[in-house]
Design a protein around this ligand. Structure first.
Ligand SMILES: Cc1cc2nc3c(=O)[nH]c(=O)nc-3n(C[C@H](O)[C@H](O)[C@H](O)COP(=O)(O)OP(=O)(O)OC[C@H]3O[C@@H](n4cnc5c(N)ncnc54)[C@H](O)[C@@H]3O)c2cc1C
Length: 402
């Protein structure tokens, strides 16, 4: 029987294992943690946004420069196929108001449990606590285990080792130190969907860290994004920030800082805001006028002062302009360990169309360890699952099984 090793038991690796085992291969999944799917379970805490319901063209565009190389995998295993797969595991799904797709259970544990049962039924063997260290001189896969070293000589290998965010969940990017010396082109790992540092005043930080800015619009360069942002002790994070984070990260890398603009009332035009503010008696404190006129919260009032300096204009039109465009300077990028996902990874130039490493024939690569990034919205899991399928099918073709 043909044997295939899958290294890394996240969504990409387990999906590769399912495809390979369904085609009749003897599959062993090696995982360094005591259990597989830790990051998938963590994603479940946010409701498990599996994929997105938007049409194929805008969907693919979310992957930016990697879209063309990811397209074959995503077209072969598109969002509909992912939904059907999840439903096949008993997890009915729904499309949220933003177009994002979630399991009705809004968590990952029932899906993972059903999936592991299916994999067991297919004869997939899970070997936890197997930390892959590379290859020995004989070309065998080398693992560190609690019982010492272990080796394996499969007919093909799928590496699905993840990125470097949330390293305590297992993936920490240390595979770069194995693959680069083996001649594999790897783009530097960088934080994606990440928060940024802001030099908040001590008072603001102590009072508002942990509070959300709801229904704001953020503008950086020519992109404007509506959504929520969370004030942290370090700066700002959350959905709207993540949506801009690739461009912000790249700008900070070049310039050392990046300035974005917050619109605290994106649904109101500046003249309407000014008219409402003008109706409030001028003798009141500014915070009171703004609270009564447009329900500006204490967080929003204080943010205006952080952004514009203490001396806010009293004149209604100028105040309205300040509310529609509060400048905030991001002075740094939060560490990759705190990011939702990872940009960079195994370069597409280093793999063939079957996602096989050119420098290491017979070894395929899948998931977040490939060099792509995407915003939150289900695009991360979709590409991880789809490249898991693609790498497994590539291995099957090489093994002449399909
Ligand atoms: C808090 C959070 C929430 C998220 N929510 C969502 C969401 O709602 N929707 C979405 O689309 N995406 C979400 N993501 C991202 C998504 O979880 C990842 O993109 C996805 O898990 C990547 O899958 P993967 O299989 O490539 O890597 P991983 O899931 O990271 O799996 C890689 C596996 O390889 C193992 N491994 C690594 N190195 C070795 C080694 N040397 N030897 C053996 N095993 C090794 C790791 O332990 C790990 O189990 C979220 C991420 C985080 C952190």
């Amino acid at each position: 029987m043909t044997s295939v090793a899958v290294v890394g038991g996240g969504p990409a690796g387990l999906m590769a294992a399912e495809v390979l085992a369904s085609a009749g291969c003897a599959v062993t999944v090696y995982e360094r943690m005591p259990a597989v799917g830790r990051k998938l379970l963590m994603a479940g805490r946010g409701g498990l946004n599996l994929t997105h319901s938007e049409p194929p063209a805008p969907f693919l565009a979310r992957y930016g420069p990697a879209a063309a190389r990811l397209a074959p995998a995503i077209e072969a295993f598109p969002p509909d196929a992912l939904v059907a797969w999840a439903e096949g595991l008993g997890q009915l799904t729904f499309v949220g108001s933003s177009g994002r797709v979630f399991p009705q259970a809004l968590k990952a544990s029932p899906l993972l449990r059903a999936w592991l049962r299916r994999l067991q039924g297919l004869g997939v063997e899970l070997r936890p606590r197997h930390d892959w260290r590379g290859w020995d001189e004989a070309g065998r896969l080398l693992f560190a285990t609690p019982d010492g070293e272990a080796t394996a000589s499969p007919d093909a290998t799928v590496l699905a080792l993840g990125g470097a965010s949330w390293p305590k969940l297992g993936a920490n990017g240390d595979w770069v130190g194995v693959l680069k010396p083996a001649g594999v082109a790897v783009a530097p790992l960088k934080p994606a969907n990440v928060g940024f540092e802001v030099g908040w005043s001590g008072l603001f930080r102590d009072r508002f860290a942990g509070e959300p800015l709801k229904a704001v619009a953020l503008t950086f360069g020519r992109r404007r994004v509506r959504g929520e942002a969370m004030v942290t002790r370090h700066g700002l994070e959350g959905g709207a920030v993540y949506a801009l984070s690739a461009a912000l990260r790249d700008a900070i890398e070049v310039d050392g800082s990046a300035r974005l603009w917050i619109d605290l009332r994106p649904d109101m035009r500046a003249p309407d805001l000014a008219a409402r503010i003008a109706q409030q008696p001028a003798h009141q404190s500014l915070a009171n006028r703004l609270r009564k006129a447009i329900r500006l919260t204490p967080l929003e009032s204080s943010l205006l002062r952080e952004a514009h300096g203490k001396a806010l204009p009293a004149e209604p039109a100028a105040l309205a302009a300040a509310i529609k465009g509060a400048p905030l300077t991001f002075t740094g990028i939060r560490p990759i360990a705190r990011a939702i996902s990872t940009a960079g990874g195994v370069a597409f130039a280093g793999v063939d169309d079957a996602l096989m490493l050119i420098a290491r024939p017979g070894v395929f690569v899948a998931g977040e360890m490939l060099d792509w990034e995407a915003p939150t919205g289900g695009y991360l899991l979709q590409a991880s699952f789809a490249t898991g399928v693609a790498a497994a099918r590539g291995a099957l073709r090489r093994l002449k099984i399909s």
